[in-house]
Design a protein around this ligand. Structure first.
Ligand SMILES: O=c1[nH]cnc2c1ncn2[C@@H]1O[C@H](CO)[C@@H](O)[C@H]1O
Length: 323
């Protein structure tokens, strides 16, 4: 991939690290096309406090403690405290049960939402948020500042299961299930949104043999990731019949870095916020003019990824992590 012409794209990574989050963060730090201007944290794979700790730790591993970390919400947008935490996917510590020492750094004295709003105002149209967890912080930013939607460049989110089964249950993907009300706010906000769902990320698999390729690198990122990937592989071996692990977050990250790796369709997305299909994402492709007014009528269009160049994504992930 050619380096982007001109200035690198500024990105803020909203993250719940998380093993695939760690991979995505490292890929971003190794990508000359983007400049990571901050990490904001959220619950999902772990609780928010641990997400903050892990974000600080990962930046220390990468020698990038110059990048600020802003702690995000501890509750859903409806103030829900009954969170669904995927520790069975990532380990109790979120990073493969490796007992890493606590980070030395601290988060900045500003909430994730305030940081998102501040940076969008500082660089209007220039900041991309790559959202790798539930969308609470982003929805709060939309509610807090009426110009956020206009000022934020793009929101690339890993979330949704478009016309396929979810991974929490047949209806819902984990990030949307984590805060469906927040997701519906983001999808209907009018912001430039690109959703990369598991209909796409389930095509991008790091196999056992790719893991051996990674092991052949002495690079610090490759060696670090090999340790934490063990738990992620074990979970996939148990939960799926696929021989390898899904690269959810790295795929969304690379879609933000190089949009030509995916194709998308446009339409209105609504999120089911209650009942047995809570967390379901439903795209209206605007092909039919319905006789009735629907909950999708007059909603702004968003982009929903439908295909991915999986070999190219995998190659980039390996290249950048093995350098
Ligand atoms: O089975 C699962 N339940 C909950 N979370 C999962 C599962 N599989 C993967 N993820 C996590 O949720 C995001 C993608 O939906 C990714 O962050 C992934 O690590």
């Amino acid at each position: 991939m050619a380096a982007a012409a001109g200035e690198p794209k500024k990105i803020i990574i909203d993250t719940d690290p998380g093993i695939d989050d760690a991979m995505a963060i490292f890929v971003a730090l190794r990508s000359p096309e983007v400049e990571v201007i901050g990490l904001t944290t959220i619950y999902g794979n772990v609780y928010t406090t641990l997400a903050t700790r892990n974000a600080l730790h990962l930046l220390e591993v990468a020698d990038r403690t110059d990048i600020p970390v802003a702690e995000g919400s501890h509750v859903t947008i409806t103030k829900g405290t009954k969170l669904r935490i995927a520790d069975f996917v990532h380990g109790a510590d979120g990073l493969g049960n490796q007992n890493f020492p606590p980070p030395e750094g601290k988060p900045i004295d500003m909430s994730a939402t305030d940081f998102l709003v501040e940076q969008a105002n500082l660089y209007p149209g220039k900041v991309t948020v790559v959202a790798l967890g539930p969308l609470t912080n982003i929805a709060l930013a939309i509610q807090q500042d009426s110009s956020f939607v206009k000022n934020i460049g793009q929101i690339v989110l890993l979330g949704g299961a478009f016309a396929v089964n979810g991974n929490v249950n047949p209806a819902a993907e984990a990030n949307i299930f984590g805060d469906p009300d927040a997701a519906d706010i983001v999808f209907t906000s009018g912001a430039d949104v690109l959703a990369v769902g598991i209909n796409v990320t389930h095509q991008v698999i790091l196999t056992d043999s790719d893991r051996e390729t990674l092991a052949s690198s002495n690079g610090k990122f490759a060696q670090y990731l090999l340790k934490i990937l063990e738990v992620y592989f074990n979970y996939h071996h148990d939960a799926y019949s696929t021989k390898g692990v899904y690269l959810h977050d790295p795929t969304a990250m690379l879609a933000a870095i190089n949009p030509s790796l995916i194709t998308y369709v446009e339409g209105a997305v609504r999120v089911q916020t209650n009942g047995i299909t809570r967390g379901l994402t439903l795209l209206y492709n605007k092909q039919k003019r319905f006789a009735e007014i629907t909950e999708w009528s007059d909603q702004p269009s968003v982009k929903v990824a439908v295909t991915v160049d999986a070999p190219a994504v995998l190659k980039l992930v390996l290249e950048r992590l093995m350098e």
